[in-house]
Design a binder for this molecule. Structure first.
Ligand code: GLP
Length: 288
């Protein structure tokens, strides 16, 4: 696991967008796993800017989103389909036929989950999976007690998740009780995982996810098992880490400008990057 700490949320989002852009430039038909949530909004803003100003090309990219609420149609403004269209798909040159999210309106949800898994496999698996983290440590909607080997399935949302996400609905009672989510096992099969967390309210769960013992109660701890996982944090989200000084930081003075590459500038303190498994990875590992 590689932990990169940026001075603020904006710089952290820049770092994540840079990594995605580099992966896409290295492999134009990248299979990109995508996440939603407020934290991701500035990452999409950056990717859109890179497309518009720097010509970042999404035309051959394929995307798979982590999750979708059960019972929300694609044109519902609270659905993740809608979020992705508004924030990203409709404003870059991606081929909409290559963008996939689980269908929360499917008549047979089990069949929908199984076909989502098949679709990922048919596309050769996910190259780079972008992730946020819920206040309870969930990845996607893998709520506490999700098995580390779980696959795409329907999850009942926990109380913590419902209270975290209810403000995003016009009325809290309109928030669905269930969602389809990629499983923890599905996520761990991605060739590279890239998690972004920012803000003080994530500091406690981030520390437990990165430094705490593995537990299905906090599904993000499963990332400790992944051979190629990058975690990007801002100072606030990193503030409870015990080994804070061991992790990578942008060199002083080099992370003040979005143009500076925080990844290249990062002090490579984390020797995990020299691990032979990582050095064989086609994506990202060579960028540090
Ligand atoms: C939702 C998504 C998660 C995401 C989380 C974080 O619950 N299903 O994939 O990680 O939101 O949300 P935020 O970035 O708003 O804190």
């Amino acid at each position: 696991m590689d932990v990169i700490i940026q001075s603020n949320a904006e710089m952290a989002a820049h770092a994540v967008a840079d990594l995605i852009a580099r992966a896409l430039s290295a492999k134009p038909d990248l299979v990109l796993g995508l996440a939603t949530g407020c934290t991701m909004e500035s990452v999409y803003d950056q990717l859109v800017r890179k497309h518009q100003e720097e010509g970042l090309d999404f035309s051959r990219c394929r995307t798979f989103n982590l999750d979708e609420y059960v019972g929300l149609a694609a044109d519902d403004p609270c659905s993740y389909h809608y979020f992705m269209r508004q924030r990203f798909f409709d404003v870059v040159n991606i081929d909409r036929r290559n963008t996939y999210l689980p269908d929360g309106m499917a008549e047979d949800l089990e069949t929908e989950c199984a076909s989502y898994e098949r679709l990922i496999a048919a596309n050769g698996g996910i190259d780079l999976q972008v992730l946020g983290i819920g206040l309870n440590g969930h990845l996607g909607f893998n709520e506490p007690l999700s098995a580390f080997r779980s696959r795409t399935r329907v999850q009942t949302l926990s109380r913590v998740t419902r209270s975290q996400n209810a403000p995003l609905f016009p009325k809290p009672r309109l928030m669905p009780q269930r969602a389809i989510t990629m499983g923890v096992g599905t996520i761990l099969e991605a060739r590279h995982c890239l998690l972004l967390a920012t803000g003080l309210d994530k500091a406690d769960i981030v520390a437990r996810a990165i430094e705490g013992p593995l537990t299905a109660m906090i599904t993000a701890t499963a990332l400790q098992l992944h051979p190629a996982c990058t975690i990007v944090l801002d100072e606030e989200a990193a503030s409870n880490l015990r080994e804070n000084d061991h992790y990578q930081r942008a060199l002083p003075g080099q992370n003040s400008s979005p143009a500076a590459s925080p990844i290249i500038a990062a002090q490579n303190k984390n020797r995990d990057l020299q691990h032979p498994v990582l050095s064989k990875k086609p994506l990202l590992a060579d960028k540090f």
